[in-house]
Design a protein around this ligand. Structure first.
Ligand code: PLP
Length: 442
């Protein structure tokens, strides 16, 4: 069913460009993709052009588009309580929090529902500060934590620059895997050296001033970087040594993307606070949450939590999240991500063997990225840089009907977890041809 087909692509684009603002760019440079229908791993233009979604939109439509059980749940939810003020006790709020408590580690049983990832991070930081009585937050350079004033200051990537100066009290530290510099040849070395450096930095900053360290458990947009061996257990130990809270931002990595319900489950740690959004509803409706460990929740038994939102625990959105979580569990989506992740890795290895422009790739579940190189074996462009071959690759993807993000020296590989082997092969056929174009331009 194509409900918006009263406008063709041209009219859709012109009207959206005239009357709306787009994100992170100049209005004159925006070229929006006109979409009137989505289903499974595909999107369709008004004229019926089929586009394979190889990024799950913003790494968020994990269960694919238009899942019939979720669509039905949305219709049913419209007949129930759609919205009441946050001071109410509703069944969707009760059901969703109970479900999440069942999925989280034993020590995490309390949830503060927001509208998305940024306000989840805002409120996690607020809780960390109120709980600890300390103000400073440490965050990493290769990170994105959201577009609000505080979250863009936490963010390490260049989206922060245009928003500076930001609020006080945020200090950035180096990731175990910086863009150019290396802490060592082995994972063990990278873990050891980067944590030693962080330990020293904590001492300079003053542990008594630091409320929390926030990390993306597996870094998303800034490189799809699973942490090196023992990094997270080491980081957890550092936090415990200095009385600093650990916040894991699982907005992108959570909900089966990496092959586990939550990415921290791979690495043997339990965070003090976890933030989620995107996959929580597979983006069918906006919803995020701060997942709060018992010790922090208990603090707020008799201390005021100085935060609130009109749409805190929005009943309709909580009901939809329940249906999406049932799909993750009933359809074993984490296992699907593992199985299809292995298939994707096979394609990535094949591309690396075939194309001289492929420098490296990373993949954990269906969370993946390929880095491209120049003839000298260096990343094809610098940090925040561009290269004509990357422009040509993006153009090829667009023309051939593959939707994904091409940024700096890399392109994203994050399809919906329901992708089939045939659909995966279709995507890599387009990528294969695109890499041939890049080979010819380096
Ligand atoms: N944290 C991470 C890791 C993200 O990837 C994002 C969004 O891309 C956010 C936070 C912000 O989420 P939202 O855009 O829902 O505010």
């Amino acid at each position: 069913k194509d409900r918006s087909s009263s406008m063709d692509s041209k009219e859709l684009k012109e009207t959206c460009l005239k009357h709306t603002m787009y994100s992170w760019g100049k209005r004159s440079a925006v070229d929006p993709l006109p979409i009137t229908r989505t289903e499974g791993v595909y999107m369709y233009t008004p004229e019926g052009k089929k586009i394979l979604d190889f990024n799950s939109q913003l790494m968020s439509v994990n269960i694919g588009h238009g899942h019939p059980k979720v669509v039905q749940a949305m219709k049913d939810a419209a007949d129930g309580v759609t919205y009441v003020f946050p001071g109410t006790a509703t069944e969707p709020r009760a059901k969703l929090s109970k479900k999440l408590a069942g999925l989280m580690p034993e020590s995490i049983n309390t949830f503060f529902f927001t509208l998305g990832g940024a306000d989840a991070n805002e409120n996690a930081i607020r809780m960390a500060r109120l709980y600890s009585g300390k103000q400073k937050i440490l965050a990493r350079y290769r990170s994105y934590h959201g577009g609000t004033n505080l979250c863009i200051a936490l963010t390490g990537d260049p989206r922060r620059w245009g928003n500076e100066p930001g609020p006080n009290g945020i200090v950035h530290f180096f990731d175990p895997q910086p863009y150019f510099f290396s802490f060592g040849a082995t994972e063990e070395e990278r873990t050891e050296k980067s944590l030693l450096m962080l330990d020293e930095q904590i001492q300079y900053e003053g542990a008594s001033t630091i409320a929390a360290i926030i990390i993306e458990t597996v870094t998303g947009t800034n490189g799809i970087l699973p942490p090196p061996k023992n990094y997270l257990t080491g980081l957890r130990a550092l936090c415990d040594k200095y009385g600093i809270l650990l916040i894991c931002d699982e907005v992108m990595a959570g909900f089966c993307r990496t092959g586990k319900m939550f990415a921290f489950e791979h690495f043997g740690i339990v965070p003090d606070l976890v933030t989620v959004a995107k996959g929580l509803t597979a983006s069918y409706v906006p919803l995020g949450a701060v997942c709060v460990s018992d010790k922090i929740a208990k603090h707020f038994d008799d201390h005021v939590f100085w935060g609130g939102l009109t749409y805190n625990a929005h009943a309709f959105c909580c009901e939809v999240a329940c249906a999406v979580i049932d799909v993750y569990v009933d359809e074993k989506m984490a296992d699907k991500a593992v199985k299809m992740g292995a298939v994707m890795r096979g394609h990535m290895e094949r591309m690396q063997a075939k194309h001289k422009c492929v420098k490296a790739f990373r993949q954990i579940g269906l969370f993946g990225m390929m880095d491209l190189q120049n003839a000298e074996g260096e990343l094809i462009c610098g940090y925040n840089g561009s290269h004509p071959a990357m422009g040509a690759l993006g153009k090829h993807f667009k023309e051939q009907g593959l939707f994904t993000f091409v940024r700096w020296s890399h392109f994203m590989c994050n399809p919906p977890l329901i992708i089939s082997e045939e659909e995966m092969a279709e995507a890599w056929e387009i990528i294969d041809a695109g890499l041939t174009i890049v080979d010819g331009m380096i």
